[in-house]
Design a protein around this ligand. Structure first.
Ligand code: THU
Length: 130
């Protein structure tokens, strides 16, 4: 898993910026673009709960808005023993913009698991159906 160390570290650092006063569940994410650059995100909650944006989407949208297209991997970090997989909405966004990339799940204690976007989102809806 050494090839993902930098991505995991970036996600851990981003997690420090989480704005999660309602759930107290702090999440960090980092996505590596094909350019080699890493973009990070944290979850950002709102008193109108439904407006909350997950760490994964913040990271991907930051990268896209900077002009990046094409991604190699995404990491998600939480401080939980059971590693945190992306929510359903984020799985759709990962599929749309990253395709079948490795999804690296990690915690602060050094536990790491590798999933794939396709396994997390079987039979995805995408532009192939439009
Ligand atoms: N959250 C994420 O940022 N990413 C995930 O993969 C799971 C959930 C956030 C949303 C909300 O701020 C908090 O975690 C609890 O759901």
């Amino acid at each position: 898993m050494g090839e993902y160390d930098a991505l995991i570290l970036a996600a851990k650092q981003a997690r420090e910026n989480a704005h999660a006063p309602f759930s107290d569940f702090r999440v960090g994410a980092a996505v590596r673009a094909k350019s080699g650059r890493i973009y990070t995100g944290c979850n950002i909650e709102n008193a109108s709960y439904g407006l909350t944006c997950c760490a994964e989407r913040v990271a991907i949208f930051k990268a896209l808005s900077e002009g990046e297209r094409g991604f190699e991997a995404i990491a998600v970090v939480t401080d939980t023993d059971a590693l945190t997989p992306p929510c359903g909405a984020c799985r759709q966004i990962v599929w749309e913009f990253c395709g079948d990339v490795p999804v690296i799940l990690a915690n602060l204690k050094g536990k790491v698991e590798r999933e794939s976007a396709a396994k997390l989102l079987p039979r995805p809806f995408d532009s192939a159906f439009l």
